[in-house]
Design a protein. Sequence first.
Length: 311
Amino acid sequence: MKKKYIPYQIITLVFFLLGFNNSIRAQQDPNFTQYMYNTMTINPAYAGTRDVWSTGMLFRSQWTGIDGSPMTGTFSSHAPLSDGKMGLGLNIVHDEIGPARNTFMNANYSYIIQVSRYTKLSMGVSGGLHFENINFNQLNIFDPSDPNFDNVRNRLFPQVGAGLQLYSDRYYVGLSAPFLLRSTQFEDGGGEGRIREEIHYYLTAGYVFDLSPDVQFKPSFLTRAVRGAPLRLDLTANLLFYEKFTVGAAYRWDAAVSAMFAVQATDAMLIGFAYDYDTVEFAEFQNASFEVFLRYELFKKYKKMYTPRFF
């Protein structure tokens, strides 16, 4: 029997139409299962904290099998400056969902303080631009002459963000808000309908335990809070074997369970993969989600990372 799918353009259109009569407050930032490898996307304070020039790319396909389902690609590159007292980075996120295409480009700066022998505090800020494109021609519109459905081309919004990260070689705790400006993306002539970005607050933490000389265990979590949407909680557990292979599992509260695998292919290159299986009722209409991740790092000869840090 052929599987029945819900056209995602219809879902997008329904929510957009709701915005004509009410303010929409809901989740807007994309999800990432491998957030521990993609931290600068949500926290500018991560810039420079790996003590090497680190570049990463991630691709996520969510709800595969549904027309117009979300797809997200990220690129990040950051490095320490001034003997590790500062960090500088660039972050690019491209997100597609239904007829909408959004690209975020941000420069990140961090100032790092040595608060104890083994612990540092990084304070980060970011600034950049949000490019928005919407092609309403992909939708079945009842009245094509309705001016509310004029295509949007390269509409720009400024963005700033801030974050903190307390960390050592064993643990990290981060608090951040990557987008602090509440840009209004749509408002009808009467002022009754509005679509506006909401501020997302993130809290992350993780700790590394040595189970044996060759096995490390790292539990971690990510919490995201945004007005108008339920609190999101991701619980993750990873095992690192022989400083080379990582196997893990995750649970997104009332949303999905995930499996993860990563391999340190060389001293410089880490490759990761994640597979999500949704646990919500909507799961019967779509397949799972997946992520692919690649990180490459450049070491100075005297700073070769003999023991790769687990985050």
